[in-house]
Design a protein around this ligand. Sequence first.
Ligand code: SF4
Length: 693
Amino acid sequence: MKTVCRMCHGGCGAIVESVEGIPTAIHGDPDNPTSEGYFCIKGKAALDLLRSPDRLTSPLVRTGPRGSGTFQQVSWDTALERVVGELSANMKLYGPESTVLGQGTDRNYQEWVFRLANAIGTPNVVGPAHVCFYPRVMASVLTYGGFTFCDYDGDPHVILLWGSNKPNTHSDGVIGIKLLRAVERGSRVITIDPRRTQTAARSSLHLAVRPGTDGALALGMIKIVIDEGWYDREFVAAHTTGFDELADHVRAYDIDTVARITGLAPDDVLEATRAYALAPRACVEAGTGVSQNENCFDTYRSIAILSALCGNLDAPGGDLIWDPMPIEGRRAFPRTDLLTDDQARKRIGGDKHKVLSMSGWVAPGDLHEAVLSESPYRVSSLVLFGSNVLASYENTEAVLKALAKLDLIVVCDLFMTPTARFADVVLPASSWLERDQIVEFNSYLAARRKVATVEGCRSDEEIILDLAARLGVGRHFFPSVEAALDAKLAGIGLTWEQFKEIGYIRNEKRYFKYRADGFRTRSKRVNLVNNALRAMGYQALPGFKIPPPPSPDLPYIMTSAHSRQFYNSEYHQLPITSRGQSAPRLTVHPRTAEREGLKDGDEAELFARPGARGVRMAVKVSDDVEPHVVMADACWWYPEESSIDASLTSSVNLVTNNDRTDEHMGSATMRGVPVGIRRAGAPLGRAKRAGHE
Ligand code: SF4
């Protein structure tokens, strides 16, 4: 049966082979126009989700102290009644805003979570949006009224791969194979990344930028483009506002200053800018690498401005703004109209991280501060859909303290995680293989079809429907998930039954839409200077804060990245994905290793405060990083450990905090953290488990 993989955001076409209704094999679908048969190790491990003996298959109610892992199995009815009883009581006492919903990387149910929040009247939905996709989304929307995707099929001459390892990590509906195909057809890749990834090593130019300084580089590139006259004069005159103010603003970012801040050679900065700006067709693939520091929003804004100046917006082989598909999808389904203005104004952090708040999200740091201080009001309940916040959010210590103070924690997940272990009620969720969904991306709609059932589990959509009914807001929902899918598809005149037979509908690509309609901004132009931000109290032009320099105690700058076989904090318990790596790696340069007396395979501790608890990692010596940079595997945890403390001993978020956050988005500095390293004491690594090699 054909379906669409959701082991990550990518959306590769998948074919599941079954014998007597039981899936036996999974592989890529060669006929899928998006992925062309590509299928990565995570996709190949998907059937382990169905077979894993560690899957949660019964609702659990905590019977021992929080975090002890002592639970009692109960029926769905008992678990949901308990959740609804406590939520209702808490909301009656403290108001609907005292309930916070949360989600992780989303399995195509984000709009369901927001709809439930809006229906019950809470403005508070927390997630990793602040360090993931949303800084890019909001910077693009506020600059030119939409979000762009590289038009790889349009044969860009130059692809600027900025903080993104696209062939390894795949964003919504964008598969690295498209980039590789473009390269085969002659595209030149320039990579901006502190690490020499495999992609960087094969690029025509690699700028190993100092972590956290991409914003200075982007502003410097804008200055070069303006000074050299390499911008698209016609486009700038007809379709932008604020060019003179921008030109004045970037004067401070001369090439020598930029080189000093970023650690790059001036000639490399100049060459990268020349190649990008003068290419007849060029696009920028900016990834999460840029999202995780205090400059992230303005860095994306500068990158968006660079693209606009060079005339690459909506151009063939450039940065394409897709028309939305005509279904009731991510924009309409959340029903923001259900939330009153008074309630919306109560969003936690809304007065602080105003741009994130515009997108509907709450930053974890703001939530934890609110929980601990009970200001602006008491937060009583947290309901998490697929989110292991103890491993994935910055500042583990604050997360733990905040969780401990809540009256009710509910976690819906596939496996027991440190966060689920801390919950009062755990609801066993189904995997993507066990549910019907509409996959809605920029360039296509596709049907994810249910191929299996794991007894005892329910999809997040089913759980939300049930909770909505029991909480008395069922009138804002649907009688069934299929009825909701039918309603979503009404705009294209199909039912779910019909759509799943079709399987895939390609969106229509239209270039240069702004020539007829203008951009979807108030001025109809690209906002090089942003007066909306100015009115909100921010700088109208993108700024840059220089990160703190290394010190004798903290002589290195930490960046981090996810291992290819995992997806954020997921799949650490699956045999295929966890094979061959028993501990997270800390990649250090040979000179650093020598200085610290470390060698390959040694156990090291990474710390951000001398004397404080460190993160335990296995040393990998490599000149893939510069001597002043160390690279840590992110979101690591040990599923087999029975205590939260032991399972998180290698989580890099033990050394991240909320001290330096982006003022627009609340994005924590998770890359660009000054750190020290030291040799670790006791042995490191996961216990050998059945099913693991
Ligand atoms: S890239 Fe993502 S969507 Fe594609 S096979 Fe791998 S995990 Fe699945």
